[in-house]
Design a binder for this molecule. Structure first.
Ligand SMILES: [Mn+2]
Length: 320
C-alpha cells in the first residue's frame, strides 16, 4: 500500500489534508509533516480542519497556513490522517465529497477503511510513526518534517511511556534526532502550561476518584468540564496511572445537558476500544472514548457495571 500511495502522490497535483476534530499532537504533526512533504515535491496543498489549532501547537512549522474555512475547490487527493472515520473530520467531510480520491493513513484499530487507498496499521504507536516511512521513501526528510513527526510520536506514546512504545518507535525517533530536534523544548511547549487554577481544577477531578472492589478499575468525574486552549485529559490520566496495578482508567466529563464524554485508558490488558465501541465510540486498545447522551450520574451507572462485567475474569496484574 505504501508504494501505491507514493505513486498516487507523485502523479497528483492538488491536495487537501485533514484529520479528526479535537486536534492533538499526532493529528497536527501528521498534517503539517504531509504539508511540508507535498510542498517539497512542488505540489499544491491545503490543510483544512474543522477545529481551530490549540495554542500549544503554535511552535509547529507552517501552523499559520492551516485553514478553518475554504472556498469550494476541487482537489485531486484528500489525505486523511490519524482519523478513524471520515465523519470524524466534522464539516471537512463536505469538501471531501468532491475530491478525486481519498488516501486514509491511520493507526486506529477502529478505522472504517473509508478511503480509496487505505494504509491502516493498528500496531503503529502513532500516525506520525507511520509517516516516517512515507517521508523516508520519498526522500524528503528535513528539520521541519522531523519536528512535526517527533511531536506526534511523543504525544501519542504518552512521552514514550505507553504500551504502544516499541523498538520501531525509538528507531524512528533516533533517526529524527539527526535533524536538530530538542526534546526538552518540545516537552516544555506541550506540558509546562498549567495556571494555578488549572491545578485546583485537576485536584477537584482527582478528589472524585472511585475504585471497583477488585481494585482493577478506577474512575473520576467532573461536573463542569472546562474547554481550555489545551486538554487536561492526559494530565488527569497521567496522575491516575501513578496507581499501582490498576489497568483501566476512566474519566467522565459533563460536556452539556445530558451529554457526557467518557474517556478510557488501559495500561496493559483490557481492550478499551471494545468497551468504547459498545457505547458507540472507539479508538485504540489502550486509549478510547465515546460520548453518551446522559448526565454524569446516568453515564456512570451505565458504563461502570459494563466495564466491571467486561473485565471480570480477565487477570489484571503487573507484567514483568
Ligand atoms: Mn494518533
Amino acid at each position: 500500500m505504501l508504494k501505491k500511495i507514493t505513486d498516487k502522490i507523485k502523479k497528483s497535483k492538488n491536495f487537501l489534508i485533514t484529520s479528526h476534530m479535537s486536534l492533538e499532537g499526532d493529528a497536527l504533526g501528521s498534517e503539517l509533516a504531509v504539508y511540508a512533504l507535498l510542498k517539497k515535491l512542488k505540489k499544491r496543498a491545503v490543510v483544512y480542519n474543522q477545529d481551530a489549532t490549540p495554542e500549544i501547537y503554535s511552535f509547529l512549522p507552517n501552523v499559520r497556513f492551516i485553514k478553518n474555512h475554504i472556498a469550494e475547490e476541487h482537489f485531486d487527493v484528500g489525505m486523511i490522517l490519524d482519523c478513524s472515520d471520515s465523519s470524524r473530520t466534522g464539516k471537512v467531510k463536505d469538501a471531501l465529497s468532491c475530491v478525486g480520491s481519498i488516501i486514509n493513513i491511520d493507526h486506529h484499530i477502529s478505522n472504517t477503511i473509508f478511503g480509496d487507498y487505505n494504509w491502516v496499521d493498528a500496531k503503529a504507536g502513532s500516525t506520525c510513526q507511520m509517516l516516517y516511512k512515507l517521508c523516508d521513501r520519498l526522500k524528503v526528510m528535513d528539520k521541519n518534517i522531523a519536528l512535526c513527526l517527533y511531536t506526534g510520536i511523543f504525544t501519542d506514546t504518552g512521552n514514550f511511556t505507553y504500551a504502544n512504545t516499541t523498538e520501531e518507535t525509538h528507531r524512528v525517533v533516533s533517526n529524527l534526532m539527526k535533524y536538530n530536534i530538542h526534546p526538552s523544548r518540545i516537552d516544555e511547549n506541550l506540558h509546562s502550561l498549567c495556571k494555578p487554577q488549572d491545578l485546583m481544577f485537576i485536584s477537584d477531578i482527582i478528589s472524585s476518584l472511585k475504585f471497583d472492589s477488585r481494585k482493577q478499575i478506577c474512575w473520576a468525574r467532573i461536573q463542569r468540564w472546562e474547554e481550555k486552549d489545551y486538554d487536561l485529559t492526559e494530565v488527569v490520566f497521567s496522575i491516575m496511572r501513578l496507581l499501582k496495578d490498576i489497568d483501566v482508567f476512566i474519566l467522565f466529563k459533563a460536556i452539556g445537558k445530558n451529554k457526557t464524554r467518557v474517556n478510557f485508558r488501559s495500561r496493559h490488558i483490557v481492550d478499551v476500544n471494545m468497551i468504547a465501541k459498545f457505547f458507540g465510540g472507539g479508538g485504540h486498545k489502550r486509549a478510547s472514548g465515546t460520548t453518551v447522551e446522559d448526565n454524569l450520574d446516568a453515564a456512570e451507572r451505565k458504563v461502570i457495571p459494563f466495564v466491571k462485567r467486561y473485565t471480570n475474569g480477565i487477570k489484571i496484574g503487573r507484567k514483568q
